[in-house]
Write a protein that binds this ligand. Structure first.
Ligand code: NAP
Length: 472
């Protein structure tokens, strides 16, 4: 360590940090690290996928281009001196967590929440019942949902096959992901044709037969998780009615002492729809059902035929059902464990205090040099920007530990990490590779009159990435 002659601050030299996950939370952590004063930081932003941007690329709906364009800001961070993208490197497969820990001074975990909560009702596993995590991954062109070889976590042809047959769909959940899914299901393909959807996904959208989408919310209209901007957008979808029955608008049943500003604004929207403001006699309909708790997914020959539900209002005993050939469960995401990192299976999160990883969920001791940020830290909540303040909190904890001597700088560069990877025969995809993929997606889009078309298959991404280690 060298002491600053003016301030007396003891400069700890160069700190080498690995961030696991190149989604917004990981990249915001890298950004916060580069802005640290008094210490020079070298950051490897590692992702198991060949491309960066995580949820911005594979979670934000394709018809929300302005949110997707946050990618440009994230890319600027990856271009900063001292920040290096390590794509197509999977911690837990290519390197163990211990090996990674040994090659750098500190690790920030930011691998997000990649799976869905389950409803726990009969029929959930039938053909035609999809989790939002899988359906969103599919329409965003995630390589896991578009495998080159069979054996992925989902049958990748299923969404396309279903869309060609289904006339009525159910979406369970009352959050923004449910709204995204409803919109993508009900919108005309022509209204999606300017998006960056993968060619195969757009083709499946063109074969859609859906006329009715039913959104089932287990609570009332005063307690949804929807934000007003996203809710209002539903009322602007071309050629689609929004149907809400006045009886369902019973928000007093929620016994709310205080109603939030967002809920107040949402209730105005819901009231107008209950009064028929979006009953235009259009060819397609979105039906909003409140107080509706699914009890069973009906099936015939292993395929979804509808959903049974009960009224969830206190004291109301009433059952009902809706016919549908597709059910998408948009009831929240859940984090998955990375072997070697403490994990609380109940919450689906890495236990922590202010971003410092705890050795055990209820413990008091910390894992030296291990930090966590994003959805795997706080759970699947908040908008993209929420990850920025979250990452700053985590990085502040890391820098505080460095200042206090709980974290020490032992490495001078990322050489130990790259040597370890090359000994395994692994050459990470760098930012040059991403730039070539980016150019290929733009070319693919232009060929069909679009600004960009996502390359969905891993083989396409790797082919576009070009020879490993080559410059642009
Ligand atoms: P969410 O906001 O937590 O919503 C989950 C919904 O599922 C809630 O309505 C919840 O109802 C319901 N639910 C949970 N368990 C259920 C069950 N067993 N049966 C029936 N319903 C159940 O999660 P999300 O929609 O996945 O969104 C995740 C985060 O991403 C949110 O912060 C969201 O705002 C954000 N996001 C933002 C945008 C945007 O800004 N455009 C787009 C997409 C996502 P209860 O409330 O009753 O628990």
């Amino acid at each position: 360590m060298t002491a600053d002659p003016v301030t007396g601050w003891r400069k700890p030299g160069r700190l080498v940090v690995a961030v696991v996950g190149a989604g917004p939370s990981g990249i915001y952590a890298a950004e916060a690290l580069t802005q640290a004063s008094g210490v020079e930081v070298e950051v490897a932003v590692i992702d198991r996928l060949p491309v960066p941007f995580g949820l911005v690329r594979y979670g934000v709906a394709p018809d929300h281009p302005s949110i997707r364009s946050i990618r440009t800001t994230l890319e600027r961070t990856l271009e900063k001196p001292g920040v290096h993208f390590f794509g197509d490197v999977m911690i837990g497969r290519d390197l163990t967590v211990d090996e990674l820990r040994g090659a750098v001074d500190a690790v920030v975990y930011a691998w997000g929440a990649g799976t869905s909560r389950s409803l726990g009702v009969v029929g959930e596993d039938a053909t035609g019942s999809l989790s939002a995590a899988d359906f969103v991954a599919w329409y965003c062109g995630h390589p896991d949902a578009h495998p080159d070889a069979p054996g992925s976590r989902i049958d990748h042809d299923q969404p396309a096959r279903l869309l060609a047959e289904v006339t009525s769909a159910v979406v369970v959940g009352a959050g923004n992901v449910a709204l995204d899914v409803v919109r993508i299901l009900i919108k005309d393909a022509d209204d999606l044709a300017t998006t960056d959807m993968a060619d195969g996904v757009l083709a499946a959208m063109r074969s859609k037969k859906i006329t009715d989408v039913h959104l089932l919310a287990r609570r009332g209209p005063g307690l949804t998780q929807m934000t007003t901007k996203e809710l209002r957008e539903l009322g602007t979808v071309e050629g689609c009615d929004v149907i809400l029955y006045p009886d369902d608008l019973d928000w007093q049943a929620e016994s709310l002492t205080e109603i939030s500003k967002v809920a107040q604004r949402n209730l105005v929207e819901f009231s107008q729809w209950a009064n028929g403001s979006r009953r235009l006699g259009a060819g397609k309909r979105v039906h909003l059902h409140f107080w509706t708790r699914p009890t069973m997914i009906n099936t015939r020959n292993g395929r979804v035929t509808g959903v049974e539900f009960e009224d969830s209002r206190p004291g109301v005993v009433q059952q009902g059902s809706v016919q549908a050939q597709l059910v998408v469960r948009a009831i929240g995401y859940k984090g998955v464990e990375l072997p070697g990192v403490p994990f609380d299976a109940d919450t689906g999160r890495v236990p922590h205090v202010d971003g410092r990883v705890l050795a055990e969920p209820d413990g008091v001791s910390f894992q030296t040099g291990e930090y966590v940020t994003g959805w795997i830290k706080r759970g699947p909540t908040g908008v993209i920007g929420t990850n920025k303040s979250d990452a700053v909190e985590t990085v502040n904890s890391l820098l505080h530990d460095l200042e206090g001597g709980d974290l020490t700088s032992r490495h001078h560069s990322l050489a130990d990490l790259t040597t370890l990877l090359s000994a395994r025969g692994i050459t990470p995809l760098d930012l040059h590779a991403w730039h070539r993929i980016d150019a290929a997606e733009i070319d693919r889009g232009h060929a069909h009159g679009r600004d960009r078309a996502t390359l969905a298959h891993r083989s396409e991404l790797l082919a576009a990435a070009g020879p490993l280690g080559s410059q642009p």
